[in-house]
Design a binder for this molecule. Structure first.
Ligand code: NI
Length: 192
């Protein structure tokens, strides 16, 4: 496995729309090795997710995993998930405020409104269908990664630019207020 270089904002590859992967391609050793690299690169960078376009491959594959993540300690856990050719259906007009960051946008966070409940259809890395509903931060993480596959970066969705903050200034000036809202979001969407 190889840790890949992560494209940084301004590189045109991050604005490309990735193409769908065929079942034959997905089964190929080249793509399976690529998926292993994507996972290793995401984990090495402490990402909650990583999309193929972020490592210069314009194919519709992304990885998501939230464990004990030092970048996002408040996010509910998500087991390692590979999404191939993902499609999102928005199940509500309801949104929540998510203070996002991105491995392709060094040292910047900003407030994004994300749809609170989504339906996700995709294939897993073995070509098996995924069809499930997600809410709250998990829905937000999925929307962020799928956006990458369609050339969108979270900064495009920041409606109030005064929320932009470096990670240090986020900790100093924005974190206490955001963490207050986190509890409510977790209670609302992440408790059965
Ligand atoms: Ni990102």
């Amino acid at each position: 496995m190889t840790i890949r270089k992560i494209a940084q904002i301004g590189h045109p590859v991050l604005r490309e729309v990735a193409r769908e992967v065929t079942p034959d391609e997905l089964a190929s050793p080249a793509i399976q090795t690529f998926i292993d690299d994507l996972i290793e690169t995401m984990r090495d960078a402490n990402g909650a997710g990583l999309a193929a376009t972020q490592v210069y491959e314009t194919i519709q594959i992304c990885a998501i995993e939230v464990g004990d993540n030092p970048r996002y300690p408040y996010k509910p856990k998500i087991p390692l998930t590979i999404l191939v050719n993902p499609k999102i259906e928005h199940l509500t007009d309801e949104t929540f405020d998510n203070y996002e960051g991105c491995l392709s946008v060094p040292n910047l966070r900003g407030m994004v409104k994300r749809t609170a409940r989504i339906r996700l259809t995709a294939l897993d890395r073995h070509g098996a269908p995924i069809d499930a509903e997600f809410a709250g931060f998990t829905a937000g993480t999925i929307q962020h990664e799928v956006d990458h596959l369609f050339g969108k970066i979270f900064v495009d969705r920041v409606t109030d630019p005064t929320t932009f903050a470096t990670w240090a200034e986020f900790d100093r000036h924005h974190k206490p207020k955001f963490l207050e809202s986190v509890g409510a979001i977790v209670d609302k969407y992440h408790r059965a």
